[in-house]
Structures are given as C-alpha cells and as structure tokens.
Design a protein around this ligand. Structure first.
Ligand code: ARG
Ligand code: ZN
Ligand code: CA
Length: 243
C-alpha cells in the first residue's frame, strides 16, 4: 500500500450563509493536512514521545482534490442522519463513491465537529461530513479545532479505525500497539497521562483517534496503519480505490 493509494476527494459544500460557502483555499488547506498527517509529514510528528517512537506510523496514503460541488440551501443545520447526502432532503448525492472519497461540508449542529461512515456501508451515504467551522486551517476554521484534524480523525474512521478508548471504559480499538485508554481525552493532556486500566499504561493521547484538541493529536500507529492498508488490497472492502 505504501505510496500506492491515492484517493481522489470530492468536496460537497452546502451553504446558507456566505461564511458557509468556504473558499477553495480553505478546502485545499484540508487536503494539505490530510497529505501531511497520513504521510508522517506533519510538523508535530517529531513531538511524539520516545515511548511511542517504535510504533508511530507513516501511513503512506495520499489525497488529491478531484472536484468541488457547491449548493445553496435554506437549512441552518444538517444533523448526523445523512440528510446532507440526499437530494430528497436538499443535500447532494455522492459522486462516484466507490472510487472517490466524498466530503460534505456544512453546518452539522449539536456540537458535532464531523462524522464518518465506516467501510461496509451503503455507497449512497459513503464518505465523511465535516462542519465548515472545523475544516482546514484557514478561512472559517475555528480554534481549538483549526488544524484540520477533524478530517484526519474522520478519514481514520472511514478507513476502519475505532476510537482509541474503544467507546467503552478501558475498551478495545482492535489495535494491539495502542495502549488501553480509560476513556476519551479532551484538551491537550500533560504527558505522561496514565491509564487506570489493566497494567496502567501511559496513554497515547496524541493519537488522531482520541478526542483531544487539534494541536494535541499528531500520530497514527503501525497497527492502525495495518488496519487501514487492509482495506485497499485485493479483497478488501475499499479495494475499488485501487493499489
Ligand atoms: N466525531 C468527533 C466529534 O464530532 C470528532 C472529533 C475530532 N477531534 C478534533 N480534535 N478535531 O466530536
Ligand atoms: Zn470519532
Ligand atoms: Ca489498543
């Protein structure tokens, strides 16, 4: 997979206000962040603690902006039930979802920064929704979620990654080289932050699949990379994206 998977990205912008009709520069800033974060080229990658230097990953998947589709709407918020992905509810249907990653950029509401569909779901709703205030690094991108990491996290889900705490107290993310976390972490935890789970490991709070602020997350692990890579090989559930 290393360097061989290049994902075309279709960006669907649904706007009511001029602010929601985000600029191409803001969209491109997000593509740039995805390319850095998935290729160990992010400037904070060298902040990964020595404890995790053996497992920090260069995922080796790249992204290229394919097209931007814009639609004016009267909706003030879109929620998390895929309304933005359906023309019947005033949204935009995905473009070529088996060969392109579709992003929907709109106001989601309810405090949700973004949400993703895992592999194996309906292609008619496949992709990732990101609130326009948390996309990219410029324009309307809003602190502390103004470094494009919401999309990095959501694309992680789209590539089959679970939350690092396994969505349960001391739950499993099905990845063996990430420590067991107590629960979600927020803000930017001081290092080292100890888990109270079995063995009291140091938590990998700087992993993209935790819930910290954007500046607090800057790595995937090799185990997470393996889970993602498995999707794109022959027989994998995203094999249509090619290798
Ligand atoms: N689905 C999560 C939410 O909406 C995304 C969290 C992303 N975290 C971040 N630092 N950008 O809460
Ligand atoms: Zn998540
Ligand atoms: Ca784990």
């Amino acid at each position: 997979v290393d360097g061989k998977v290049q994902i075309p990205v279709v960006v669907n912008v649904l706007y009511r206000t001029t602010a929601e009709n985000i600029s191409l520069a803001q969209i491109q800033s997000q593509i740039d962040v995805l390319n850095k974060d998935f290729n160990a080229a992010n400037s904070d990658f060298n902040s990964v603690p020595a404890l995790f230097s053996g497992v920090k990953a260069n995922v080796g998947i790249s992204f290229v902006l394919d097209q931007v589709i814009r639609k004016s709407t009267t909706k003030t918020s879109w929620g998390t039930t895929d309304a933005m992905k359906k023309t019947t509810s005033g949204g935009l249907a995905p473009t070529s979802p088996t060969t392109k990653l579709n992003l929907w950029i709109c106001t989601i509401g309810g405090g949700t920064l973004g949400y993703a569909q895992f592999p194996g779901g309906s292609s008619s709703t496949d992709g990732v929704a990101i609130d326009s205030k948390y996309l990219g690094t410029t324009g309307t991108a809003t602190y502390p979620y103004n470094l494009g990491r919401t999309a990095t996290h959501e694309v992680g889900h789209w590539m089959n990654l679970r939350h690092i705490w396994g969505d349960a107290t001391c739950g499993s993310d099905l990845v063996s080289d990430t420590p067991t976390h107590n629960t979600a972490n927020y803000g930017v935890p001081a290092y080292p932050h100890y888990s109270t789970c079995s063995g009291t490991p140091v938590e990998m709070t700087m992993n993209y699949m935790d819930y910290t602020d954007d500046r607090g997350m800057y790595m995937f692990s090799n185990g997470q990379k393996s889970r993602m890579a498995a999707l794109f090989v022959s027989g994998g559930s995203r094999a249509s994206f090619g290798i």
